[in-house]
Design a protein around this ligand. Structure first.
Ligand code: ASP
Length: 323
């Protein structure tokens, strides 16, 4: 009887502690530079999550570098109390094939909270490039073999994966220039310091529309229908048959975060994904909100496992890796 009462009291104490969650701001780590595509998704999401997390502010912390692995490592090593979360993307699944000494275990060191959005990519060029469409770009690439600079956000970034597949598809060898995120890469592209970049539409839509960069193609099988991108052909339709890259983003917590908290965050995420303001904002930038079972942590984790198996061989075939 005494033991039963003790167990009941302990459960009540735990419930009270979790009922208060969150009672202070929650940090959402973005493993790339501020102002870039993942940062934009995080800021839009943070705004809406706040409504469903007791009104607590979601503070964005940008931990860029090493293709997203520095930020992921930081969260894997943070206290599992629900106050440090990670918004990451496909890079979580490509890093295991790229890094020989990844400082965290992708499937074991995180609580998978759910998938957020899928973001197509665009192939873009500096405004001074003479090519005005993809066919002209191809000719320009052929004529400048060995002289082209392709920016990316480091080994393991989405821009790295897309650039890798693009070079493989064209059998072209470009000099890659890594940044802490595609926000600084975009600045250099606009300034003409680098030639090409493959980046998510959440970063490129505005720049293409305003003519600050040249848009050549989208990387998904289906065209993107937003006003900024509707004119762009798919790479698939331009002779790169089957080219299909789209960047999923997910939400994670350090392993060991109590279930009551992960469930609360997942409920907040599901509510955010139904929020008309969030949907309007991200869809205007070409992103697609996740509406299927991958909104749940377990399904999302299964999906990531499949992504690791899907991309690993292509990356290993390219012979790229880091320590
Ligand atoms: N998503 C990255 C960023 O926000 C870029 C990338 O993955 O290529 O900068």
């Amino acid at each position: 009887m005494k033991r039963l009462m003790f167990a009941a009291c302990a459960a009540m104490a735990a419930a009270t502690a979790f009922a208060a969650y969150p009672d202070k701001p929650v940090t959402l780590v973005v493993p790339f530079a501020a102002g870039g595509p993942t940062d934009k998704v995080a800021r839009d999401l943070g705004e809406v999550l706040r409504k469903h997390l007791n009104g607590q502010t979601v503070v964005i912390e940008n931990v860029g570098g090493a293709g997203g692995t520095l930020g992921a490592t930081k969260v894997a090593r943070s206290a599992p109390d629900g106050y440090t979360l990670l918004l990451h993307h496909i890079g979580l699944a490509t890093a295991p094939a790229l890094y020989r000494n990844l400082p965290y275990k992708t499937l074991d060191d995180f609580e998978y909270l759910g998938m957020v959005v899928d973001v197509p990519m665009t192939l873009i060029g500096r405004p001074t490039l003479p090519a005005n469409n993809f066919a002209e770009l191809r000719k320009w690439i052929d004529a400048h073999k060995g002289k082209i600079n392709l920016a990316n956000a480091g080994l393991g970034a989405a821009s790295h994966l897309c650039g890798l597949l693009f070079q493989q598809a064209l059998a072209a060898d470009m000099t890659t220039v890594p940044y802490k995120g595609t926000a600084p890469a975009m600045t250099d592209l606009m300034g003409g310091q680098v030639d090409l970049l493959c980046d998510q539409t959440t970063n490129t839509s505005v720049q293409i529309e305003s003519g600050k960069v040249k848009g050549y193609a989208v990387t998904t099988l289906k065209p993107v229908t937003t006003p900024a991108l509707a004119k762009l052909p798919t790479l698939d339709s331009q002779g790169l048959k089957g080219f299909n890259v789209s960047i999923w983003h997910g939400l994670y917590a350090p392993k060991g975060t109590p279930k009551a908290i992960t469930e609360q965050i997942n409920a907040a995420l599901r509510a955010a994904l139904k929020d008309p303001e969030f949907i309007r904002r991200v869809e205007a930038q070409g992103a697609v909100v996740i509406t299927d079972a991958r909104q749940g942590g377990a399904e999302h984790k299964k999906f990531v496992e499949a992504e690791i198996a899907k991309w690993g061989p292509a990356i290993k075939a390219a012979g790229q890796y880091a320590d």
